[in-house]
Write a protein that binds this ligand. Structure first.
Ligand code: NDP
Ligand code: 8X3
Length: 249
């Protein structure tokens, strides 16, 4: 039985991917900060799941936990590097330094700490896969996206460059760049303002977390010699908005 490691497994894409991969015959290591959520997953998936409550910004804990995995979960062959967040959607100079740090430290540094400790394990497998969760925000700068857009541009470019580093290995790398998806993402972005978050998804269509899990499953079931470098997906109701031209009044 193959083993996958998923960060951000307590909600959204990560949570949906836990279930989809277990249904696909994987054992899963689920990582997130909210231990109570992980414990509920453990009750459901029992010995198919190993849970680790940690903050991906905590590199010491990542190293100690992931270098001492239970034997039955130690042969990881699939990583979904997914934990991440946006905080606020305002002009850059109104962002707090704390929010800036949280986005950069989670979406870039935490993401790298996880990749750094897992890639040597993936190298030992006959076939391995890394899914990095980027965003359309990487290539479509929007008002108030500033730091978040920048972190996802990092994820995208890192993923593509990592493909070069791993070209003689058995590890494939895919950057997944979703558009509008309904998860806890907007509620986190707007700091618990459920009404504001709900407005984002009102009167339109959106991608679900299960849709993202389905994309991952369909990619891992492609012929072995194919690497999907990048996949961008949006709901049918989302497109680009063109350039903004500011007019003098
Ligand atoms: P959710 O808010 O539903 O899930 C985010 C997950 O990340 C949670 O499980 C959360 O768990 C975890 N997480 C956040 N910070 C940390 C941390 N410091 N350490 C460990 N885990 C952390 O959002 P999504 O599922 O939508 O987001 C998943 C990824 O997808 C993110 O990288 C996001 O940027 C990206 N994305 C989302 C889109 C969307 O429209 N929803 C579109 C494009 C990309 P906990 O709080 O328990 O730690
Ligand atoms: C999340 C999608 O458009 O809010 O990455 O940045 S967006």
């Amino acid at each position: 039985m193959k083993t996958a490691l998923i960060t951000g497994a307590s909600s959204g894409f990560g949570r949906a991917s836990v279930e989809a991969l277990i249904n696909e015959g994987f054992k899963v290591i689920a990582i997130a900060r909210r231990e109570e959520r992980l414990k509920l997953l453990k009750e459901k998936f029992k010995d198919k799941l190993h849970i680790i409550a940690l903050d991906v910004r905590d590199k010491e804990k990542i190293n100690s936990e992931l270098k001492n995995l239970p034997k039955e979960f130690s042969d990881i062959s699939l990583l979904i590097n997914n934990a991440g967040l946006a905080l606020n959607q305002d002009e850059f100079d109104s962002l707090s330094l704390e929010d800036i740090d949280t986005m950069v430290d989670t979406n870039i540094k935490g993401f790298l700490y996880i990749a750094r400790v897992i890639i040597p394990i993936l190298r030992k497998q006959k076939n391995a896969y890394i899914f990095n969760i980027g965003s359309v925000a990487a290539t479509n700068p929007y008002f108030g996206g500033n730091v978040y857009c920048g972190t996802k541009a990092f994820v995208r470019q890192f993923s593509l460059a990592l493909r070069n580093d791993l070209r003689s290995s058995n590890i494939k790398v895919t950057n997944i760049a979703p558009g509008l998806c309904k998860t806890e993402f907007s509620e986190v972005r707007f700091k618990g303002d459920k009404e504001k978050a709900e407005q984002i998804y009102k009167n339109t269509k959106f991608i679900s977390a299960d849709d993202i899990a389905k994309v991952i499953i369909s990619i891992i079931n492609l012929p072995e010699h194919i690497n999907i470098n990048e996949i961008e997906l949006m709901p049918v109701t989302q497109t680009w908005n063109g350039f903004h031209i500011e007019k003098f009044s």
